[in-house]
Design a protein around this ligand. Structure first.
Ligand SMILES: Nc1ncnc2c1ncn2[C@@H]1O[C@H](COP(=O)(O)OP(=O)(O)OP(=O)(O)O)[C@@H](O)[C@H]1O
Length: 131
């Protein structure tokens, strides 16, 4: 019984995730960017802690985007006419996505900077440039 109910809930949750991916171009962009970032992190061999920071930042953006989609959907269900509160709800939800995205950029810069710096120095040195 409990297992059936868990399976059903999991199905609903996965269909919510699939809906967001299918209908939200931003969500697809976040997923694409996340794949690239994870691939670069693996290529550079970042440490486990740094990898976790990156993972948390990525997941935070995806979660914010999904709540944004949920808020937009509920607002659209309620009204398709202009309403100042509808604007506030959508703008606040969009603001959450923006914050999560800015956070992921800062995390990415802080985590990747030493690796990219070392990488650039290595190539510069092997090309006989900067020491
Ligand atoms: N019913 C409404 N009343 C008032 N303002 C609205 C309403 N619907 C949307 N807006 C304003 O338009 C902006 C964009 O709304 P919209 O629903 O197109 O979101 P979006 O971010 O473009 O959606 P998507 O993620 O699907 O691209 C909102 O952030 C809000 O400022």
């Amino acid at each position: 019984m409990a297992r059936d109910s868990f399976r059903k809930s999991l199905g609903y949750a996965l269909s919510g995730l699939a809906y967001a991916l299918r209908t939200q171009p931003n969500m697809r962009f976040h997923f694409g960017a996340a794949l690239v970032v994870v691939a670069v992190a693996l290529l550079l061999g970042v440490g486990v802690r740094d990898f976790l920071f990156i993972l948390f930042a990525i997941i935070l953006v995806v979660i914010a985007e999904m709540f944004n989609t949920a808020v937009e959907t509920v607002v659209n269900l309620y009204t398709n006419k202009y309403h100042p509160l509808a604007r506030v709800a959508k703008d606040v939800a969009a603001g959450a996505v923006l914050l999560a995205a800015l956070n992921s950029m800062v995390v990415g810069l802080l985590v990747f900077y030493p690796y990219l710096h070392a990488f650039v120095r290595y190539w510069a040195r092997s090309l006989g440039g900067v020491n």
